[in-house]
Each structure stands twice: as structure tokens, then as C-alpha cells.
Design a protein around this ligand. Sequence first.
Ligand code: GLY
Length: 348
Amino acid sequence: MRKITVNASRQYEIIISRDIIKNAGEFVAGVHKKCKAMIISDSNVFPLYCSTVKKSLEENGFESFTFCFEAGEERKNISTLNDIWNALAQNQFTRSDLIVALGGGVCGDISGFAAASYLRGIEFVQIPTSLLAMTDSSVGGKTAIDLEYGKNLVGAFWQPSLVLCDPNVLDTLSKHYYSDGMAEVIKYGMINRPMLLESLEGDFDIEDIIEICAQDKREIVEADEHDNAARKLLNFGHTFGHSIEKLSDFTITHGFAVAMGMKIITKACENMNLCEKGAYEKLCTILAKFALDNNTTYSAGAIADAAMLDKKTSGERISLVIPTKTGCCELFDTTKSELLKFTQAGLE
Ligand code: GLY
């Protein structure tokens, strides 16, 4: 069992252990008094793992309830959130009760925002079931829903009380979603861990990879919980990635879009002499190993336009995450009008 303690505005543990999902209730009981627990999951994950988690919670004294929503980023919206709020209210959840988010990034984001907003805030536990959620989104307390205008435009910082990662559940993850999660892992390597990229080139143990990413995330969140400085680096590839996701009506999933976003910004930076030559080729090679070699078909103009509502914009300025070499990224303050130059240079 591997444990990582996060010291953010609240302290909590990330526990990584095979089969931990079967004993989830015991671990939840270690940090929560007996109470009502609403397990929130989506239509892919619910049939696979909900009964296991429910049984374990009940064996450990929790009164459990379930809420299942249709899987997909397009459901991370106000309508699903409203249904969750109503399910909590209908079952008389109080401030001493709990949400358990059982699923991937979409489930964690919307469940976390329900926890942040219901009764002005109740506790929540993350049980991530996708590689993307284990290595990135379940840690650090970013919670949100999407608007028609873009991704994650309404949300809150709300830290979970516990994160339980069971690498065994990755066995039921499709190849597509395994690759999707690998894009976020490669992101960590590109930001500040060239050794992680080297590990990915050979044989690796996925538990080691989850632990490395969770440790990196912990460090960054502890340094900048509210995304004012260092945490912005975690958005490498995301400015254009979110645009691509949005332009595709979410038919291109997050990790694949981020992979395309990382390629655009890395190629742009090489072409604009902001990044050491060779970084783009190295990035493409490692992405291809995980079937993340698709290129975008959207135009530079469409991608730049869709990025205007990015959360890293402030007035007319935007903070871009740029690579300076493989395994090293920096923040680069520019104007929104410069975005088009970057997308053009990245798609040449
Ligand atoms: N996924 C980026 C962050 O948590 O800041």
C-alpha cells in the first residue's frame, strides 16, 4: 500500500493499493463518522463497481444511497448537477453526510462540485476508476461543470477528504481510455520529469506511474492550491486541448485533445525559437507509443477562437504553458491576440 499525504487547505491521504475498492468502507470509516453516503457514478462504472463499494460502506456502518448518470463529458452540466442536488435533498442529506465519487474525471468533477455547493459544502471522497482521474483529476480539489461556452467554466476549489486508487480497476478500462489517461501522465513528464518520459519508453509498473504523478500533483497543489502560479503548469496542452474538445462536441476525449494541444504548443514553441529543437519529435514518439498520435483537423483560427474563454485568461492577457525543452515547461504571459500566431505556428 502506498500513501501520500496532501497538506492543502485540508489534509488528506491518497492511498494506492490493489483491491482497495473492496475495503473502501473501512478506509472511509477511518476519516468519517458513520453517516449517509451518496455514491455517485456514471453508467459505465456503476454496473462494475457500485455494489462492491456500497457493500463495503454498509459493512462499515454507513447508510448508502446511489446516484447514476449517463456517462460522457456532455453530462457534466447543470442538469445532472441539479439532479444530484435533488437526490441529496430528497434523501435528507445534512452537512455531516458524505458524497463518494466513484468514476473517472467527469464523475469526480461534478460530484466534487455537488459536494462544494450542496448546503454550502459537504465532505466528499474520491474513488477514481480511470487512469486520468488517478493520475490527475482526483487530487487537488478542482471541481466543476461545463457550460455551452466551454469546459469547467463554473466550479469551486473543494478538497476531498480521501482519495482511494485501486489500480486493479484499470483492467476494465478500454484501450481508448487507457491512452486518454496516458496523455496526462506524459504531461507530467513534459512539465518537469524527463525521467518519467524515459520510464514510459520501456516497461513500467502502472502503480509506480500513478504514485509519481500523485506525488507531483501533491507538491504543486501544496505550493499553489488556488491556481495562481505553479499549478497553472498542469495546464500544459490544455489551452488548445480544451478548444479541440469543445470544437468536437466532446467526441474527442480529454486526454486525446490534450495530446493534440501539447503537440500544437510544442511545435509552435520550436518554430518560434522558444523551445529547444527535438522536443516536438520526442513528444510525438512517446505519444505514438500510447496511440495518441492523431492530429487535429480544426483550423488554427477555430482553435484560437475557442481558447478565448480559457480560465487562464485575464482581461486581454493569457498565461500559456510553454515547453522550453523536453521535461521543462514555463508560464508565458501573452495577449489573446497572439494566440492565433501560436496555433498557426503549431499547425504548420
Ligand atoms: N488538472 C489540473 C489541475 O488540477 O490543476
